[in-house]
Structure formats: C-alpha cells, structure tokens
Ligand binder design. Sequence first.
Ligand code: DOR
Ligand code: ZN
Length: 427
Amino acid sequence: MTAYLIRGARIVGGEPTDLLVRDGVVAEVGPDLAATGAQVVDAGGLVALPGLVDLHTHLREPGREDAETVETGSRAAALGGYTAVCAMANTDPVADTAGVVEQVYRLGRAAGLVDVQPIGAVTVGLAGGQLAELGAMASSAAAVRIFSDDGHCVADPRLMRRALEYVKAFDGVIAQHAEEPRLTQGAQMHEGEMATRLGLTGWPAVAEEAIVARDVLLAEHVGSRLHVCHVSTAGSVEILRWARQRGIRVTAEVTPHHLLLTDEKAVGYDPVFKVNPPLRTAADVAALRTALAEGVIDVVATDHAPHAVEDKECEWAYARPGMLGLETALSVVLGSQALGTDWNAIAERMSRQPARIAGLVEHGRDPAPGAPANLTLVDPAARRVIDPGESASRSRNTPYAGLTLPGRVVATFLRGEPTVLDGKAVR
Ligand code: DOR
Ligand code: ZN
C-alpha cells in the first residue's frame, strides 16, 4: 500500500502542516514530516477536511442503470469530496428487503470509491401500506440504520408511529420526505406568485410543514429518532427550532439547491429546475441559510437525483423532479455564503454530523493521528465554471450549468487510498 505525504495542508482551516497517510490511517501530523518511499502530495493553500458524508443520494441501481449506477454515482461523490454516501431506497426493485440492501452494499464495496451505506424503505414498495422488513435490513450485512420512503411521504400517521417505535430497538432513524400528499396533488412547483404567473399547479409550504409538525410530535411521543429530509421552508425551520428547544430527538437536512436557488428559476419552464420539494422563495432561502448556520438544520445533504435525458428534457409537467448534486455540493454551499468560509462549520454540517446521524464511525473524523484516512483536500481560492459534460454522473441534469462557483476538490482519500488526485478521478 502506497504511503502519501500531504504537504502543507490546513486541517479544517488551521495552520499549514504535513500529514502522513499510511496503511489506511493518518499516521502522523506535524511540520516537515519525512517519509521515504511516500508519494508526496503538494497541498499548499489547500484545506483538509474529513471526507464529506452525504445522507441523501439516489444511485438508481438496481433498475435505472441508464441514469446512474452505484459506480458512476460513487465516482461523482468522490469528485465532490465525499467518502461516504447513503443510498436512497427508491430503486427498482425498491430496497425494502435484506436482499436488495445487501446487493447495493456489495456494489458499493466493489466500486470501492466511497462507502455506500444503503437506506432501507419504511414501507413495502414505498407504497405506504405496510411496514417493510426493517429488522431484517438492520441485521443484514448492510447493517441499515436509516429508513426512508423518500420520493414519497410516510403519510399514514399510524404507520409512521409504528416505524418510529420499531427502529427504537436498534437506535435506527426514520428519514421522512415531508409532503402531505393530499395537499400536493398535481403540484409542479412552489405555490406562490410565480406558479400563478406560469400557470403551474402549486406545492404549498404547508404541505411540508404539516408533516414536520406531526412527525416531531410523534417522535416526542415515541421517544424515537426522526430525521427530516430536504427541509425547504421557513415555516419548517420554525417548527424544528421549537422541537429542538423541547429536546425532541429530531435532526434535519437542507440541500445545496435549496440554499442557493429560488422558484424564480422556473420562469423559462426549464425542467432542470423541477425538484421535489420545489425551489422556494428568497425568504425561505434566507431562513434555511440561517438555520444551517445556527444548527437548527444539522446537515447539508445533496438529494443527488440523476435522471435520464428523456425523463428530464421534456415538458415541465412530464419531467421527473430532481437535480444532480454530489460534484457541486461543496462549491454551492461556499457560493451560498450560508456558512461563509468557516471550515469548522462546513466540516460539522457536511461530514461529522451526517456521519453521526448515519452511525458511520469510520467517517466524519478530523484528520489526526490514528484516525481513518478518509479525507478531502479543497482549494478554497479556485473558481470553476460548471460544465455538465464534465460530470462523472451518467446524467446531465445539473441546475448550475454555466455558473461560476468557488472552491474545488483537489484530492479525496478513502481509507488511505486516493480516489481523486489533481481534481481527477483515479479510477
Ligand atoms: O426531486 C426529487 N427527486 N425529490 C425526491 O424526493 C425524489 C428524487 C428522485 O428520486 O428523483
Ligand atoms: Zn425526497
């Protein structure tokens, strides 16, 4: 196994130092390290962060390998600075059995570019009717801890309560896609002035907020862990603030796109901006940024949602919701100014806290002697123009095409092996 001597990196934004990576761990940290035989990586001016961890990735395998595979999504993740991603369950077949989650887990290991931690479905076939085999998925080789019907809401409150009760036994968490379906029938974009002007059916903020409010109360009642996926409204933030003050065990995520883009983007009817939950107003974006900085929202999660050309480049109403996110997340977070260049906050929101929520003990640890060498090197001074053609994803549906964004991932290491060097995928 090659050793790597990383020269002059600023660990989580601190003073420049050297890091020796050997046998899968950070062996030494300090000035002017020497190591014969080690490959030198010049990290002058670069920030070293614990490898990023994504709680919300759609990898599309099994079933839609034309849009993404575990391998192509893993490569996109590594290029984005990630060392672990949690793979959503809305595949085909749905990841609602031990067999499917083990398959995804094995595909992740075989690709070897990031650790792929499967998320299990809450209900059979994501249909919302009956609980899936949560216990079997938890005790499988994939050791599932997060369960989600993402793409769909667990709308039945009795079923949601059962799910929360069930996962308590193994400290699991239910990750809810908060959308009261009766309030979003036919919805195409955020309900508001823009939707009215464009003549598109609205997705009201209250459809999210009603479920967030209900679920924090259920989580309190049961004493179990709830995670709220892709929070998108100022009202949800207020409910979460209240719940946390009350000591309810709730965590929450926001996507990069909800931190940067608004519903104004729908003006040209370009479906690349169609996403669920939809892009909201500038006031919502401002509330989400503040909530992330304050920690009312714990983490940034990408909701990386690759879609094949025929599912995206069509009329708005027929287009699938979702956007690519893995390769651009860090740059979008920097560009949003939500956390400024507070590297400690960025490490907390994009690596340490998501790792804690997912129970990934090998991840989310700052580079220090003895820690697993899961880390990423970022050039904060770089600026780059987003070119969809350069993406490692099988899909092209990035909403940032042509945009100039700050920051660039220069290298990523997974257990001491580079997956990205000089900004390029190693494999
Ligand atoms: O925009 C979205 N895309 N939101 C979801 O909840 C699901 C996801 C997908 O699977 O494409
Ligand atoms: Zn979702």
